[in-house]
Design a protein around this ligand. Structure first.
Ligand SMILES: N[C@@H](CCC(=O)N[C@@H](CS)C(=O)NCC(=O)O)C(=O)O
Length: 341
């Protein structure tokens, strides 16, 4: 009798489990009903998010938004991009103005624990640095005592800079702005001696300045700035979807699946890992309530992680940033997808 009851209870628990997986979380449901993903991005920084000459947004963050729209709709145009300043971004997320934030945003403990948000997976490892005028003769941050340093409001870089100068018992004069353009002007008219932000963002800023060769980015880096997507708290299904979407891009690179070979790989690759990833067997897509072909569609549309990196930061790109820690773990980097099985 006891056993019978127990079995029945288990059967009910299992049925309940199945029923709840068949239904998407509220954010995915809302995105589908709206027919559009709303993605928060940077207001303009080369490499991550910047409109091209035709006004089309380009960059790693933008492609990650596009890829997510493809995972959901198999259509990269079912997407609205919302440019946000550093200080607006988490409020926009909290208020529901955006569904997800891909915006050069460092994952930190206090953001995670105090802002009502969640971060997903690191998709770019960066570190804080400084950019100075070449003719200033500064080669190390220690040479910057007394300097006026441009910083952006609401960024991790404000704190990292203050920490560095305090630790080294040096003075500096923070000049804090809301927008990159204001900083570009302040650097050129001499109001700031330096700009402190993440090294890849400095590279983007320098590429956009009228005389990039007049500026140098110090080789030292002062912090860990791992970027991840941010999501609102309270919707675990949406969190899982964005998390595994990001891993899938890394996993595709690990498996050598590219935008050029993805269809062929799906047809011919007999490896169980590839068959799962590319939806020959449907369990991964099903588990996040997406089409079995979600990864095929995403990789076809935007490429795997390595292709994305290369497009926006490779040696041929305007903001060439050596791949460094963003290489795969098998190649000495930190990019490591948790197992997609
Ligand atoms: N990783 C840092 C930096 C973020 C960042 O994007 N900083 C600059 C980018 S150069 C910025 O916010 N610019 C503001 C703007 O132009 O609106 C963070 O998460 O706080």
């Amino acid at each position: 009798m006891f056993n019978g009851l127990k079995r029945a209870a288990l059967a009910i628990a299992c049925a309940a489990g199945l029923a709840s997986t068949a239904q998407a979380g509220p954010i995915l449901d809302a995105v589908r009903a709206r027919g559009q993903l709303v993605c928060g991005i940077h207001v303009g920084t080369a490499g991550f998010a910047l409109p091209d000459s035709r006004g089309t947004w380009q960059g790693l963050d933008v492609d990650l938004c596009r890829g997510l729209a493809v995972a959901i709709f198999n259509d990269a145009t079912k997407l609205r991009l919302v440019p946000l300043s550093a200080s607006q971004r988490f409020t926009a997320l909290g208020s529901g103005e955006i569904d997800v934030l891909f915006r050069t945003s460092t994952q930190t403990m206090l953001r995670d624990t105090t802002l009502g948000v969640r971060h997903a997976v690191t998709y770019f490892y960066d570190g804080h640095s400084f950019m100075v005028r070449r003719d200033a003769g500064i080669t190390r941050a220690r040479d910057m005592a007394g300097a006026s340093i441009c910083l952006l409001q609401g960024t991790t870089n404000e704190q990292v800079t203050a920490d560095y100068f305090r630790t080294n018992n040096l003075r500096f004069n923070p000049v804090v702005f809301e927008r990159n353009e204001q900083i570009a002007t302040a650097l050129q008219n001499g109001r700031c001696d330096a700009f402190g932000t993440d090294a890849s963002l400095l590279a983007g800023m320098r590429a956009a300045l009228p005389n990039p060769r007049d500026w140098v980015i110090l080789e030292e880096t002062f912090s860990k700035e791992p970027y991840g997507a941010y999501l609102r708290r309270g919707d675990e299904d949406w969190f899982e979807l964005v998390r595994w979407y990001t891993y899938a891009l890394i996993e595709a690179e690990e498996q050598g699946i590219t935008s050029a070979n993805v269809y062929e790989q799906r047809r011919t690759n007999a490896s169980p890992n590839t068959r799962r990833l590319l939806g020959v067997t449907p369990e991964l897509g099903q588990s996040v309530r997406l089409d079995p072909l979600w990864v095929v569609n995403v990789v076809k549309a935007i490429g795997n992680y390595g292709e994305l990196y290369n497009r926006h930061f490779g040696p041929e790109s305007p903001v060439a940033v050596p791949r460094g820690r963003n290489r795969l773990w098998t190649d000495g980097g930190l990019m490591y997808a948790l197992p997609l099985r």
